[in-house]
Design a binder for this molecule. Structure first.
Ligand code: FAD
Length: 519
């Protein structure tokens, strides 16, 4: 007999993992082995526009996990399965093949995944297998922070206030670390049916998604895999609890020479400087949180430790308070996804916005995707996405507004392109961010709020360092010209002229958003 934990793309860790921890306890109590299953599902990846980077990151993390699990005598079975419609049957037959009667997993809240898991539960029941699912992705799971009349919030501020009250009032429940998992003893691993598969390699994912070798190298350096990397490199760098500047200088050229700011805690600066895209002021934990390589609880607990030690400014509008609010945004969008599943079916949250008239302009879409719009800040951001699979939040909003308002292209084209390229691609946050920017979602930017990309540029990148880094055509341009190069200069440097003029297209956007369905 054995106990199976089914690991998914969003909980790739051994530390502070609720379902895994509970599975381990169950195995120990019954003196039977714990077995971990991971299913690679190419059809799901295609259907959900999973980026090659995110898939590669998943496989790299599985390799790291496999090494740790080997030391603990815990077999990791990574199997590839298609078609996805029969995935539930495959999972159940796997559970039976290792003679298990209990299956543990953490919840995934997307519609396809929920439907799949319902089928798994039904099949499990008819086969006398007990299934137990846990809320683990969020600090406050969907359903916890509800309005007085029992509805899910569609406005962030009151949601966040309640989130903060509930979480801070019950730290022992919402911040508690799940007990560590135990190794399988040699005795319980005697069963010969488990051993041969123990050495099974992690499948190389083949298909249209394979990363080109040069990009794979960049990704491996910029986003090192594993919980230790998430904690020791990325989180501690942000909190500045350890001196890791040199390591980061190696992985991201933008951070070279960042020694001075490296002496300070980025968290401390976060409240005031998080929107500066030329400085490295945010945590860059999103890839790790999206893949569940580190738990959000562990990240917030670490900030609380600093708080206790009196090392950071704790005011709400500064540093830690502000950062924890961003973690609450993540929970907010998961709650929206769980309670308003239409947003994950390509529909706007605000139904009337389904009628907005979009342009159909392949050339503009291509220019946006390639970072060749002639608007330097937009191009720098898109090239950042294309080269490292990540983009600063302020830039995500800027390029999303540019696509959906200046170019008047359907926001779903942008949402899709982001998912296909981000290393941190996550349906709830990505959809939430896109619908916010396109003014179609919950708590959206009002439709008449159009970011002026040139103002975003002077605010976020006042000296043009970010632009010069990602747009080499402009690397020798200094002074205000960097934000909007004069036509003659742009032509000389081989940089495109703006494909639209912001002040001209602004009116078109206002008109069409004000009266969806009308030209
Ligand atoms: P930090 O500022 O250090 O924030 C810490 C963590 O809080 C982040 O890692 C993230 O998990 C969470 N967070 C921060 N801001 C937000 C937010 N606005 N919404 C939800 N969670 C947030 N985030 C993703 O994780 N995956 C996506 O696919 C994604 N797509 C986006 C698309 C658009 C158009 C927009 C506007 C935002 C999107 N975001 C997405 C949210 C946000 O931009 C990123 O989480 C953030 O830039 C990641 O950088 P960081 O880890 O340094 O963030």
């Amino acid at each position: 007999r054995s106990v199976v934990h089914w690991m998914r793309m969003c909980d790739l860790r051994l530390v502070d993992n609720r379902a895994l921890s509970r599975a381990s306890i169950e195995a120990k109590e019954n003196n039977i082995p714990l077995v971990i299953l991971f299913v690679v599902s190419p059809q799901d990846y295609i259907a959900h526009d999973r980026s090659a980077r995110r898939i590669d990151f998943t496989l790299r993390n599985l390799e790291v996990l496999k090494t740790s699990l080997n030391e603990m005598n815990i077999p990791l079975y990574a199997i590839t399965h298609s078609p996805r419609t029969s995935l539930p049957e495959r999972v159940i037959s796997f559970v039976q093949s290792v003679d298990a009667t209990c299956l543990f997993a953490n919840m995934e809240y997307e519609v396809d995944e929920l439907r799949r898991d319902i089928k798994v539960c039904q099949l499990a029941k008819t086969n006398n297998i007990k299934t137990t699912f846990f809320h683990d992705k969020c600090i406050a799971e969907p359903g916890l922070c509800m309005t007085k009349d029992g509805r899910a919030y569609t406005v962030y501020s009151p949601y966040q206030r309640l989130w903060s009250t509930i979480v801070n009032g019950n730290l022992d429940t919402y911040m508690r670390e799940a007990p560590p998992i135990a190794a399988n003893s040699a005795e319980v691993m005697k069963d010969p049916t488990l051993s041969p598969l123990f050495e099974q390699p992690i499948p190389e994912f083949v298909g249209g998604f394979k990363l080109e070798t040069n990009n794979k190298d960049v990704m491996t350096r910029v986003w090192p895999a594993g919980h230790d990397a998430a904690k020791e490199v990325v989180l501690s760098r942000f909190l500045r609890t350890k001196a890791r500047a040199s390591q980061l200088g190696e992985v991201d050229p933008l951070l070279e020479g960042a020694e001075e700011s490296d002496r300070k805690s980025r968290l401390k600066e976060y409240g005031n400087a998080r929107d500066r895209v030329d400085k490295d002021t945010t945590s860059r934990l999103s890839a790790y949180l999206a893949a569940g390589v580190i738990s959000p609880r562990e990240c917030v607990r670490a900030t609380m430790e600093l708080q206790k030690a009196g090392k950071v400014d704790t005011s709400r509008e500064n540093g830690i308070g502000r950062w924890v609010q961003e973690i609450a945004w993540r929970d907010f969008y998961v709650s929206v996804l769980a309670y308003y599943p239409r947003v994950s079916m390509g529909r706007p949250f605000q139904e009337k916005m389904a009628n907005v008239v979009w342009e159909n302009n392949e050339e503009h879409l291509k220019a946006w995707q390639e970072g060749k719009t002639g608007v330097p800040i937009v191009d720098a951001a898109m090239r950042q996405l294309n080269s490292m699979g990540w983009m600063h939040n302020r830039m995500r909003m800027t390029v999303a507004m540019f696509l959906s308002k200046d170019l008047m292209l359907d926001w779903r084209l942008g949402e899709r392109y982001f998912m296909q390229n981000l290393i941190d691609g996550d349906l709830a946050s990505n959809n939430g961010g896109w619908q916010w920017s396109a003014s179609t979602g919950v708590d959206p930017a009002p439709y008449f709020r159009l970011f002026n990309p040139y103002n975003q540029s002077t605010k976020g990148d006042p000296n043009g360092e970010y632009i010069r880094h990602f747009v080499p055509e402009l690397k020798n341009v200094w002074g205000p010209d960097i934000h909007n190069p004069p036509a003659k200069l742009a032509e000389k440097l081989g940089y495109p002229l703006p494909i639209v003029k912001h002040h001209e297209v602004r009116e078109r956007a206002l008109r069409r958003y004000k009266n969806p369905g009308k030209e």
